[in-house]
Design a protein around this ligand. Structure first.
Ligand SMILES: [Zn+2]
Length: 271
């Protein structure tokens, strides 16, 4: 499943194809993904010029000179294909630029989504209205985190996955960051001191930036015909490594399952 770094990498890969380009055609090839395509998607985007691309949480944003923003989510299996040789059954939205570049949103499981909103109302868009700060942005500081989890007895891991506290963090990155910061996932959030929260915020930024850099190295491939945006392989410290030696101390990594979600951690390094 694409997480924040994949979405960021995808946006960076789309930028050279779309920035300042006129959209010559925008064609949904079915009525819906997870939700229906906006009925006026084609009309509002065709002929518009892309003025900027960005990301909020796990959503990609494409702004146009008509004051609209297209909002896409990659769901479980979505990816943009750049200049695909042919359009297949899982290519559900095809965009062509006036210069002849072609993009297709390919999503076999169709958990992704595409929506449109007025750019000036982006902050009030339902999926964004209650979101906390971006983990890589200036507002996500140790003091902010300390304030928002003060007195909370919930496990720090659950608090970090709460999108109202910080936007866009998924299970993998939370497991990795907690390991890097040496904090047990089950520790009550309100009982972690500011010094350890400083290490945690730094670790969250680091694991995300590493993943984006790893994705960036694959961006070069996007330039080639039939390049695919969205996924890259990584080596995790604890995630998916149950029973293997912790890179920090050599103790076996443990896995705990709660609510259908796995937590990977080192019982020796994380307190
Ligand atoms: Zn360890």
């Amino acid at each position: 499943m694409p997480e924040l770094p994949e979405v960021e990498t995808t946006v960076r890969g789309l930028r050279p194809v779309l920035q300042d380009q006129v959209l010559a055609s925008v064609g949904p090839r079915r009525a819906d993904l997870r939700f229906a395509f906006p009925p006026d998607l084609r009309q509002r985007l065709t002929g518009a010029c892309v003025t900027g691309l960005g990301r909020r949480a796990k959503y990609g944003l494409i702004d146009t000179d008509r004051g609209d923003t297209m909002i896409f989510h990659l769901g479980m299996s979505g990816r943009w294909r750049v200049d695909p040789a042919e359009i297949g059954t899982h290519d559900h939205l095809v965009i062509e630029t006036a210069t002849g570049r072609r993009l297709s949103l390919n999503d076999p499981r169709r958990f992704g989504s595409v929506d449109l909103t007025v750019t000036s109302e982006l902050d009030r868009y339902p999926a964004f209205a209650a979101l906390g700060p971006e983990p890589l942005g200036p507002d996500f500081t140790p003091a902010y985190l300390a304030g928002v989890i003060a007195g909370r007895s919930a496990p720090i891991k659950a608090l970090l996955l709460d999108q109202r506290i910080v936007a866009g963090l998924g299970n993998i990155y939370v497991c990795e960051a907690l390991h890097m910061a040496g904090i047990a996932p089950s520790r009550a959030g309100g009982r972690i001191g500011l010094g350890r929260l400083q290490a945690l915020v730094a670790a969250i930024r680091q694991v995300l930036e590493w993943a984006i850099e790893a994705g960036g190295s694959t961006i070069r491939d996007y330039a080639r015909p039939d390049g695919e945006l969205g996924y890259f392989a990584r080596q995790w410290r604890v995630y998916g490594r149950e029973g293997e030696a912790c890179g920090g101390c050599g103790a076996p990594v443990r896995r705990r399952v709660e609510g259908g979600r796995s937590t990977f951690y080192c019982p020796r390094c994380q307190k």
